[in-house]
Design a protein around this ligand. Structure first.
Ligand code: BJW
Length: 245
């Protein structure tokens, strides 16, 4: 089954951890996934960070270290090629924080769950800053807070459960869907379809009249919401999926 792209098509792609699996990055919910050895509530909630910031930083430091050793796979490269061919008729939304889409060459990219390689303050609104360091001891204090007598600590600039996603990024996605009416194709890749708001994008795309595709190794929670399901590893499926008209 091939996805036909012509000169009018607007392609919105959503990726999840599965797209990086063939690069050697563990997913969250598969067997041997990250949540099997690290309880979600301990490492991916603000309450978990308040309770044990050292544990959370060890988890993210280890992921920073590993993410530097892996490389984009043919699935990432196929999406970067679509970006290059389609220009502003293409938008890639990723839940992944590993930076592999950018390294593959994707430019029209929205990282809705943040980035593994950025750090921010747990208290003050300073902008996230690039940071590749590993923090294995006590989490460092935020210097900007310290000068104002507050006690903010540095934390990974990722979105945890119960935290709101950046409204500017969400409205960029909604605008793309609104502007694409009649020409929209939505493609989800390598995601279990359980985490919102990402899992709801297929519904939003269908409401806008979009044709919807899922490429996944196994059926996702929301498979029935899609028109087409291509079962298989994204590193094999994506390079052959698009039929350029
Ligand atoms: C392959 C493959 C290969 C393997 N090829 N495929 C509406 C209803 C119910 C609940 C909510 C709702 N709206 C909001 C909520 C609450 C909550 C939520 O969704 N809860 C549900 C779990 C029930 N959402 C939130 O809290 C979000 N915030 C929010 O909405 O704020 C407003 C609000 C708050 C509270 C209530 C209501 C509104 C924030 C969500 C943040 C998620 N953060 C994480 C961590 C990010 C940082 C990090 O990386 O550490 O994001 S959790 C984790 O899950 C990570 C992922 O991005 C995300 C999704 O996982 P993903 O990518 O789908 O991975 P897997 O492992 O689940 O699946 C991989 C898939 O790939 C599998 O299907 C495999 O088969 C497949 N695969 N190899 C192709 N080679």
């Amino acid at each position: 089954m091939r996805l036909r792209v012509d000169g009018d098509t607007r392609l919105l792609v959503l990726t999840g951890a599965g797209v990086s699996a063939e690069s050697g990055v563990p997913t969250f919910r598969d067997a041997n996934g990250l949540w099997e050895s690290h309880p979600i509530e301990q490492v991916a909630t603000p309450e978990g960070f308040d309770a044990d910031p050292r544990l959370v930083w060890r988890f993210y430091s280890e992921r920073r270290r590993k993410a530097k050793t892996v490389h984009p796979n043919p699935g990432h490269l196929a999406l970067a090629e679509a970006d290059g061919r389609m220009g502003d008729r293409f938008l890639l939304v990723t839940q992944n924080v590993d930076g592999l889409h950018r390294r593959a060459g994707s430019r029209r990219l929205v990282e809705i769950h943040g980035s593994l390689f950025e750090t921010r303050c747990s208290v003050c609104p300073r902008a996230p800053f690039p940071d590749e360091r590993e923090y294995l001891g006590d989490p460092p204090p935020c210097e900007e807070c310290r000068t104002r007598g507050r006690d903010g600590r540095l934390r990974p600039a990722v979105v945890w459960f119960g935290e709101v996603l950046d409204p500017a990024r969400l409205s960029q996605i909604s605008s793309f869907i609104d502007d694409a009416r009649g020409q929209l194709v939505f493609l989800a890749v390598g995601t279990s379809g359980v985490v919102y708001p990402a899992a709801g994008l297929v519904v939003q795309a269908r409401a806008a009249g979009g044709e919807t595709w899922l490429v996944n190794a196994e059926a996702a929670d929301n498979t029935r919401a899609f028109h087409h399901f291509v079962k298989g590893p994204s590193g094999k499926v994506l390079p052959e999926l698009f039929e350029w008209a």
